[in-house]
Design a protein. Structure first.
Lengths: 292, 160
């Protein structure tokens, strides 16, 4: 492997300085499950790796004081996967955290890495988006908080500057009577990258109608996308099997997939319909509403 | 950047404190094998797919080919060599031997450490849980069925 330098800042101030000085010559090293392989095969050639695992803010895992959650960008995914509160309150996020690679990968890989790679297929991204999560970004010009939905510019591209870094994710407290669900399709049982992934969050009102719904699609466009047409046909309605099917049809409007080794564009469009229908139904079922 | 940017890194390996002078580009796998002479962990795919290099760091299994030695400062590292004291065998190692849980043996140290991690989390796993938890370990001889039987035998032995 080609040589590079390594620093392990122990405070956010030190980390911001390191990223600020090195700019695009540096990459963050959190779980390392992608960056180390990328360096080995020559796909990336950073001069400096900045280990973010000793920065307390980047390892935080606690309530936000308002019923929501703070998850450090360098916290290993198994902590999210195994947390009883995440499983109960943010099921889509717990599910997705348990789908990224194998156990050894989940023991190292992080939300910051899964989001920061900006792969259209990142499994944790649709759950974060439908849960209304934000990400705290720090840099030489200060700290800002952005909706996760807004930080993707294209495959492998984020809207954050090279001298900035991801610090933590903030997942707000879900509204009463709401739930979330993530489903992906892969051609085998485990250990693969999503051909299509769909995240749904759903809130029902006292009358059982859909008060609010968010749907996010993975692997069907250059970035993760919201399926707003599908959301619009659901909002205010009582869910039926026919309506879940219609939501799937509407979700396809937002799919502009490519054909690749994992599936053709046509196949991905079809999967978008099917998985959206299933995800909406499964999410409603978690709230006691069964339509299939 | 210097071309020989070695630094001193201290951590524990199998309970013993060690100190190595290493460069950032040395993976944890290279450090335990080449600097510490612990050759149980194997290099298979070199990209985090096969699990032959599985090592435990701070209580969880990782692919040591996708970790750097310099990250280990102050951490607790355990390899297959430390699973049982001296020349003794751990019940998991005995179970793999008694059930033919390996053929060529390259993947075995990784499988055994993944089994140890599994049984610490789930002492009585179902077959499905075993297969899911070991999905990050590949056996090119395809001896999976006997590996699953070995894990079941180890669980039974350790719970009795």
């Amino acid at each position: 492997m080609r040589n590079f330098d390594y620093v392990a800042p122990t405070s956010l101030t030190e980390a911001v300085q390191a990223f600020g000085q090195a700019g695009d010559k540096a990459r963050a090293l959190a779980g390392g499950t992608d960056i180390i392989d990328q360096i080995r095969i020559g796909r990336r050639t950073p001069e400096l790796l900045i280990d973010t695992k000793r920065v307390p803010e980047m390892m935080v895992f606690e309530g936000d004081g308002a019923g929501g959650l703070r998850i450090g960008a360098a916290l290993p995914l198994y902590r999210v996967r195994d947390d009883a509160n995440v499983q109960a309150t943010y099921p889509a996020l717990a599910t997705a955290s348990g789908l990224v690679g194998a156990v050894q990968i989940q023991n190292r890989a992080t939300l910051g890495g899964n989001v920061g790679n900006a792969a259209p297929s990142g499994d944790t991204i649709p759950p974060l988006v439908v849960l209304g999560s934000t990400v705290v970004i720090a840099g030489p010009r200060g700290t800002r908080e952005e909706p996760v939905e807004n930080i993707f510019a294209g495959p492998g591209q984020m809207t954050i500057a090279p001298d900035e870094c991801l610090v933590e994710f903030r997942v707000p407290a879900p509204k009463a009577n709401s739930s979330s669900y993530y489903v992906r399709f892969i051609p085998r049982a485990e250990m693969d990258i999503a051909v299509v992934g769909v995240g749904v969050s759903l809130t029902l009102n006292g009358g059982g109608q859909i008060e609010d719904v968010n749907i996010s699609l993975a692997s069907v466009a250059p970035t993760p996308v919201r399926a707003t047409d599908a959301e619009n046909v659901l909002r205010g309605e009582t869910l039926t099997a026919a309506l879940a099917r219609e939501a799937g049809e509407q979700a396809e409007h937002h799919a502009s997939p490519i054909s690749d080794v994992r599936g053709s564009a046509d196949y991905r469009r079809e999967l978008t319909k099917v998985l959206t229908r299933r995800a909406v139904a499964a999410c409603a079922a978690q709230l006691g509403v069964n339509v299939t | 950047m210097t071309t020989t940017n070695r630094r001193i890194v201290q951590f524990t390996v199998n309970g013993n404190s060690v100190e190595v002078a290493i460069t950032p580009r040395q993976t944890l796998l290279e450090v335990v094998r080449d600097e510490l002479g612990l050759t149980g962990a194997k290099e298979g795919c070199s990209n985090g797919n096969c699990g032959s290099c599985t090592i435990e760091v701070d209580g969880v299994t990782i692919n040591s080919c996708c970790a750097l030695g310099v990250e280990m400062d102050g951490r607790e590292v355990n390899t297959i060599e430390g699973l049982a004291p001296g020349n003794d065998l751990h019940p998991i190692q005995k179970a793999y031997m008694n059930n033919g849980g390996f053929q060529c043996g390259i993947c075995t140290p990784g499988f055994i450490l993944s089994t140890d991690h599994l049984l610490k989390m789930i002492p009585n796993p179902t077959e499905e849980e075993i297969r899911l938890h070991l999905a990050g370990n590949l056996c090119r001889c395809t001896g999976y069925d006997k590996i699953v039987r070995s894990v079941q035998a180890a669980a039974e032995d350790m719970n009795s």
